[in-house]
Design a protein around this ligand. Structure first.
Ligand code: NAD
Ligand code: UD1
Length: 343
């Protein structure tokens, strides 16, 4: 079975391509390398021994999307990762985000609508819940008004898919709401490659640990949590990648209960910023230079997943501990910096 992975050279996409190939799927990747490197392809080959088909183009070009589906009429499933994901940038350039994250989604669904049967997996985010009233967060928790154009693209993206599925019985779709993906493949051949100064906690920690950043700013320690810092559900990217294979198999084997479903992907365990720092210190043997500063605007206090639906309905469970995830992130950081010093 041939599966299209858009954004397959990106962080989560590349780990998912590895798991798909390990399960015997034939993979074709579309990526415009706007937030990734062609070297990732070699990383994937290094792990799986198989080279996926790769087409480099921008999915915002509708004609190229149409042409792709005409040439690859045997594509039976699509996992759609390609999107822009920098929350701050989305506030500055909303139209870029609406075009890339929603325009492209529409182009792909228009092609899938024409097919006799197709399976579609969408990268959504726990950001759709905002600050949930009840924890852990179930899939039934209400979607809150988005804090940013990026967040809005995930909410509207889900609605576009839901509305399309209602009138397109031959289309089956699953939206996966990721909590906080971290870490890297244990082979250290692929991992996260943030451009510029990382906005997310874990890459900032590992870059501080390696000496690239002087100090981590911890955004607030006066929240109503045990140690005063915010709580998130950090999930190992390999566990997350495996969930995509499960979701795809569910659709391909017609095990879905409706043609549009939603699943949370998290560990179910919340960790505070200080707990993440301590985990990093344990696995790296380094003391991390950090300072408590003011709160970051727009941060939710606590978010962690209720994993019951993913565990019982999807048959998937995350396996890695926080320490294992941080260890893989640290191993990857050291590998990246070592290859930078050599070149
Ligand atoms: P990423 O930036 O590493 O990967 C996205 C890939 O898509 C990149 O390789 C990029 O070059 C490619 N791409 C972007 N626009 C494209 C276009 N128009 N045409 C062709 N290729 C294009 O991001 P990621 O962290 O792997 O995230 C993947 C998906 O998961 C995104 O939809 C993101 O919004 C979503 N998501 C990510 C997180 C996270 O914390 N990383 C959390 C929740 C949801
Ligand atoms: C991020 C995304 C959000 C996405 C979510 C889940 C941003 C701004 N938001 O938010 O859209 O849905 O992941 O994948 O990218 N922190 C620090 N210092 C730092 C960086 C972070 O203290 O330098 C703290 C934050 O205040 C937060 C925690 O670490 O409490 C995690 O932050 P981050 O990695 O940005 O994730 P989210 O806030 O969950």
């Amino acid at each position: 079975m041939k599966i299209l992975v858009t954004g397959g050279l990106g962080y989560i996409g590349s780990h998912t391509v590895v798991e798909l190939q390990n399960e015997g799927f034939e993979v074709v990747i579309i990526d415009n390398l706007s937030n990734s490197s062609i070297a990732v392809l070699d990383g994937i080959v290094g792990i799986t021994g198989k080279r996926p088909i790769f087409e480099e183009f921008d999915l915002r070009d509708k004609t190229k999307v149409q042409d792709f589906f005409a040439r690859h009429s045997d594509v039976g499933g699509v996992i759609h990762f390609a999107a822009s994901k920098a929350v701050g940038e989305s506030v500055e350039k909303p139209l870029l985000y609406y075009e890339n994250n929603l325009g492209v989604l529409v182009y792909i669904l228009q092609e899938l609508e024409k097919k006799k049967g197709a399976s579609f997996i969408f990268s959504s985010s726990c950001t759709v819940y905002g600050q949930a009233d009840e924890l852990p967060i179930t899939e039934n928790a209400p979607v809150k008004p988005a804090e940013s154009p990026y967040g809005n693209t995930k909410q509207v993206g889900e609605e576009i898919i839901r509305d399309t599925c209602k009138v397109t019985p031959n289309l089956k779709a699953i939206a996966l709401r990721y909590f906080n993906p971290i870490g890297a493949h244990p082979s250290v051949k692929i991992g996260e490659l943030p451009l510029g100064v990382p906005q997310n906690l874990v890459p900032f920690i590992t870059q501080t640990g390696i000496g690239l950043r002087e100090r981590l700013s911890v955004f607030g320690d006066d929240y109503p949590t045990e140690d005063g810092t915010c709580i998130r559900d950090y999930i190992h990217v390999v566990d997350l990648a495996k969930a995509h294979v499960k979701a795809l198999q569910r659709l391909l084997q017609n095990e879905n209960s409706s043609n549009y479903e939603v699943f949370n992907l998290g560990t179910g365990k919340g960790s505070s910023v200080l707990e993440v720092i301590h985990s990093f210190e344990r696995v790296s043997g380094k003391k991390l230079n950090y300072k408590i500063v003011d709160r970051r605007e727009g941060d939710v206090i606590q978010a962690y997943a209720d994993t019951k639906k993913a565990n019982e309905v999807l048959g998937w469970k995350s396996k890695s501990t926080l320490d294992e995830s941080l260890k893989s992130a640290w191993d990857w950081e050291q590998k990246v910096r070592m290859s930078h010093t050599k070149s």
